[in-house]
Design a protein around this ligand. Sequence first.
Ligand code: FA5
Length: 342
Amino acid sequence: MEENLKKIKEKVESQIIKIENLDGLDRIRSEVLGKKGELTQILKNLKNYSEEERPIVGKRVNELRKSIIEKMENKKEELKKEELMIKMKNQEKIDFSFPVDENLGSLHPITIVQREVEDLFRTMGFHVEDGNEVETEYNNFEAVNVPKYHPARDMQDTFWLENGQLLKTQTSAAQNKIMRKYGAPVKAIFPGRCFRNEDLDASHENTFFQLEGMMIDEDVSIANLIYFMKTTLSEIFKKDLKVRLRPGFFPFVEPGFELDVSCMYCGGKGCKVCKHGGWIELCPCGMIHPRVLEMGGIDTEKYSGFAFGLGLSRLAMMKYGIDDLRVLNSGDLRNLKQIGIQ
Ligand code: FA5
């Protein structure tokens, strides 16, 4: 037995040293560790050993297995580094002395989509407002009906400054200031960068863009809200989209909705982008809560309004068919080329 294991060990180790690419490693993995691999076979045949021998043989096989896996992982890292070096040497040489091409460079996909949405809303009578990135706790939370210790704060954990201010978690943080600045009636959109302490995945970043919209006037209804949302999305994607509206809870709207778009990566079947649900949450919205209007100095007897918080980064991701949001913050120019922007 010992002799057999020693032979396997020597053979595999010498193969690993000679391997020149990742495919070769996969082959060895299946020959030795796969279902029909040499080591797996020994484990399968443990029954042929005596009761005393079995635990000893099992232990030895597992030790060898562990050591082979470790060597293969090290080799894998080595091969990856080599591949990268070859790529850098052969294909992606950067000539710093090359004269600058004045025409090079383009707008970021998020900026392009943001400007498209802004133009569209301007034609519908909205004006574009700016928001801060560093905000007061009052504007980000209290003024939108999320008092201290409200559980909704847990969903928007953020980065705090020593002076008690924070990096804004939502564009809704500008609602109060805009209401106070313009009073009612008002039709405004306000795009901006938001920050959250998030678990990152294909559709969640810690730094992302939203575009908020707000319309306050006499007799504003949910029907107006749905009209604006459908028009916007159809214009952006140049086709009628499958959207769904479902109840959603946000302390600053009542009633509140989640507006989801059918996942365009999998056609609604479920994939990593839509977290296997078939829908992507894009634009929560609702009728502004009377308390939020009051805090903004708006007469709630006379006026009502809607607000929405469009996920601008997600919109850009969908529009350009990018299947991982993180690409948008990567600063890698090759991604721009791939989606036809540069
Ligand atoms: C909000 O931020 C609310 N302020 C939106 C709102 C405004 C509701 C007005 C009602 C009225 P939410 O946390 O769901 O809601 O975020 C809104 C959108 O921003 C999401 O649908 C999503 O498209 C985008 N978003 C949220 N978190 C992230 C993230 N970590 N990365 C990328 N996009 C995100």
